[in-house]
Design a protein around this ligand. Structure first.
Ligand code: 13P
Length: 265
């Protein structure tokens, strides 16, 4: 069975107290005889991305957990400068200091609501790699772009922009997350075939740019829930899910993996 990367983007949700409750429920899900016991690190990699204000609560909950079930900690955004007069921003070294190893960059909500450009996102991706954090680089088309047949062009443009100036070794360190904008928070996931097509193209594009082949990790995101997890995660080019709404409760979040793994027994 392939390894599933199950990443939870909490967006602007969960206070410190709610974060502590999440981790209590999360740890309880792993006590045997759960199908999750023994999966972490082998067929399952879990990462959670709380808002900045809940990172310290998450970090201490993770530190007090058994290492065999502890998830990875990441943040949802960062600025590319290390420090200075950038009111309201948080730097990559600060995220490292807060216990993060991963950072989501280029999320469509950052692009659409906060006006982040391909160029700004590229600078952030490079800065994250320089700071030895794993970028979870998000990209995807809007509904209008899909309906006018531009999906593959848009995805290629976003990916080429992020990869420009990176070495093959750096490209290999990125986790890629294809998130069609029209599927985010709408309850309407891409079909498995639609998601597979773009995830497969993503792998090809990274390898072509890198000039060599290596395992490219590509997640699908957009209304992933327990009831569509099996089909999406069974696709060849999909290595996992970047989950929004269904990641806010440990039970529904981990159900996504359980639904997939139970279908493979
Ligand atoms: P939903 O799972 O709520 O659609 O959100 C997906 C997402 O944007 C994850 O980054």
């Amino acid at each position: 069975m392939k390894k599933i990367h199950l990443y939870g983007n909490w967006k602007m949700n969960l206070t410190r107290g709610e974060t502590e409750a999440f981790f209590r429920d999360f740890a309880a899900q792993f006590s045997s005889p759960s199908p999750l016991a023994g999966a972490m690190g082998k067929t399952l990699e879990v990462a959670v991305f709380p808002p900045f204000t809940s990172l310290s609560a998450a970090e201490s909950a993770i530190r007090s957990m058994n290492k065999d079930v502890a998830p990875i900690l990441g943040a949802q955004n960062a600025y590319f400068e290390a420090k200075g007069a950038f009111t309201g921003e948080v730097s990559l070294p600060m995220l490292k200091d807060a216990g993060c190893t991963h950072v989501i960059l280029g999320h469509s909500e950052r692009r659409a609501i906060f006006g982040e450009s391909d160029d700004l996102i590229a600078r952030k991706v490079k800065a994250a790699l320089d700071a030895a954090l794993t970028p979870v680089f998000c990209y995807g088309e809007t509904l209008g772009e899909r309906e006018s047949g531009k999906t593959l062009d848009v995805v290629s443009r976003q990916m080429h922009a992020a990869l420009s100036g990176l070495s093959a070794g750096e490209m290999e360190k990125i986790v890629y997350a294809y998130e069609p904008v029209w599927a985010i928070g709408t309850g309407k996931s891409a079909t498995s075939a639609e998601a597979e097509e773009v995830c497969a193209l993503s792998k090809k594009l990274v390898q072509e740019r890198a000039g060599r082949s290596f395992p490219v990790v590509v997640l699908y995101g957009g209304s992933v829930k327990p009831d569509n997890a099996r089909e999406l995660l069974s696709m060849d080019a999909i290595d996992g899910a970047l989950v929004g709404g269904a990641s806010l409760k440990a039970d529904s979040f981990l159900q996504i993996y359980k639904q997939y793994s139970e279908s493979k027994i």
